[in-house]
Design a protein around this ligand. Sequence first.
Ligand code: GLV
Ligand code: GLV
Length: 316
Amino acid sequence: MKPIVYVTRKLPDEAIAALGDQVEVRMWKEEETPVPRDILLKEAAEATAIWSMLSDAIDRELIEKAPNLKIISNLAVGYNNIDLDAARDNGVIVTNTPDALTEATADLTFALLLSTARRLSEASRALRAGEWKAWTPLGFTGQDVYGATIGIIGMGRIGEAVARRAKGFGMRVLYHNRTRRRFEDFIYSDFDELLKESDFVVLLTPYTSETAGMIGERELGLMKETACLINVARGGIVDEKALEKALKDGGIWAAGLDVFEQEPVPTDHPLLSLPNVTVTPHIGSASIQARHAMMQLNAEAILACIGKKEVQNRVC
Ligand code: GLV
Ligand code: GLV
């Protein structure tokens, strides 16, 4: 009997083909809807490998009910959807897809930063709604990006790639990270100082018990009234209620959000009704090239594990 690989979402043929014919591939055949919990549990119970999406809760219950499971390979760099302790306790390897998405995610971060600063989605919506009556001297004026100060919270691979882009925009680059790193041009900053000094605060930390709710009322209160908050990491890092208040009261100037506490974010979410919020649907790594490269890494990790070879990109 061939080992079973369970793929939790419909993936392109070439990604599946990369698994070869030494495994039996089972797949949730929907592209738009995540696999329902009961089906996921049933499939996991027979699988040797699970190829998971960041929207799947791979928790202790699932892992303990999967006696054959050897590897969970997540199509993401983040892996907060997976219970690593449970994986370790059960001898299950977990892998992610770093590097392959670094530059694509940094591009989206910068796109969102620029859109937020220059009010692109608000202006575009107004034009389509027939609200462009005349060119006006101060219509849709935003904030300068060139020469401004960017503060990057979480200076990993993606943070560094964003910092390089910021240099091209003549920005002063501050960063805060658990461990201080050596850079010529990027300045390590105390957390509070970074919030006080930055025109753009960019969140790029993993979502952990330490970073949950890291940006709340106090932190937003430290930011400049002209500052923009850009979140491309995980929604739970920001207290959304506090953010809504700061955006309404003029505590900060605008926010660019690619991630939300609840995803998909409900369309009646109060943040979506604010004109100074620019939103995208969790598309940080969504370039064609990056997504295919990520899938390739997942397939390689699964095959290496099943072939009892060394597995790359392990997080546990
Ligand atoms: C996307 O959010 C990822 O973690 O890859
Ligand atoms: C704007 O279009 C300008 O010419 O300044």
